[in-house]
Design a protein around this ligand. Structure first.
Ligand code: HEC
Length: 276
């Protein structure tokens, strides 16, 4: 017996033609989307050989991704053929390096202005704007910076300043990362201008140029009279730059005793004693 044992209520209603078309379209779209997705997942572009900074590489025997410069080659833009411009020294006849009182390029007003700007930014904290070595940091205890107007400094060739900026000098850090070689030369040239300015007379400027005294300038600009006077280290500074008592050590160290008698330290907290 071919009896339909299914309850007619349970049978799905048969689809109309429109319904069938819709179902086909949905299936097609889904299939296409899947195909596209699968194509997007291909790894070819990602896996192409390339260097990733700070990562290893199977390409080279030493497995290093960061490559050292190839021996005996010069990278583009790194040919420092003008070695005086980059080092400030030349090979002397005796085989030693020699400094020269010579600028590697012409000193224009533009160069001096650049030098003044860089000097005021990087050098004044220690050497002061006039270059006498009594900058704000020195007034607060840093080792006195060189007075660029003393006999020794005046006699130094201009490339010595370049050399000092490049390599530092004694307690002075180097400024090679802050100043490009061209900027270092500009600062060196400006130091010469500063030196000239401090002892200049009316004979040093072209005839007919009006020379004004600093005191006149101060009065005109309503600046205090001290503006025109030689700069000196103020008597009372936050820290003593040069301790009179050797036991107090260098300015960078804490003073041995209570530096200020007005501050009373309670007996329960004895004054710190410097290590012997
Ligand atoms: C953090 C403080 C500091 C700064 C900033 C500084 N200097 Fe100095 N400079 C010193 C000190 C300190 C000395 C003396 C070094 C010593 O005797 O140990 C010195 C010495 C010098 C000397 C003399 C070197 C010699 O042969 O006697 C020159 C020139 C000089 N500095 C130039 C500069 C220039 C140019 C700049 C700016 C680019 C600069 N300094 C920035 C602290 C500084």
């Amino acid at each position: 017996m071919q009896a339909n044992h299914l309850n007619p209520q349970w049978q799905l209603p048969s689809l109309t033609d429109g319904g069938k078309r819709l179902a086909r379209r949905v299936t097609m779209t889904a299939a296409m989307a899947l195909a596209l997705l699968a194509a997007g997942c291909r790894q070819d572009m990602h896996n192409q050989p390339k260097m990733i900074p700070q990562r290893g590489s199977d390409m080279f025997a030493d497995q290093r991704g960061a490559r050292p410069q190839v021996l005996n080659t010069v990278a583009r833009g790194q040919l420092h053929a003008d070695s005086y411009f980059y080092t400030g020294v030349v090979q002397g006849a005796n085989g030693y390096r020699e400094e020269r009182d010579l600028m590697p390029f012409p000193v224009t007003m533009e160069v001096l202005k650049r030098g003044q700007e860089r000097f005021n930014i990087y050098c004044t904290p220690c050497h002061s704007r006039v270059g006498n070595g009594l900058g704000e940091i020195v007034q607060r205890g840093y080792k006195p910076a060189a007075n660029l107007h003393d006999q020794v400094r005046m006699a130094q060739p201009v490339s010595h300043y370049f050399y000092v900026i490049t390599h530092g000098y004694g307690a002075m850090p180097d400024y090679s990362s802050q100043l490009t070689p061209a900027d270092r030369w500009a600062v060196a040239a400006y130091i010469r201008a500063l030196q000239l300015s401090q002892a200049a007379t009316a004979q040093d400027v072209p005839a007919g140029t009006q020379v004004k005294a600093l005191s006149e300038e101060a009065a005109e600009q309503d600046l205090p009279a001290s503006y025109a006077q030689p700069w000196t280290l103020p008597a009372a500074t936050l820290a003593q730059a040069l301790p009179s008592d050797a036991k107090q050590g260098t300015p960078a160290m804490a003073p041995a005793g209570n530096p200020n008698p007005k501050i009373v330290i309670p007996p329960s907290k004895p004054a710190p004693v410097a290590a012997k």
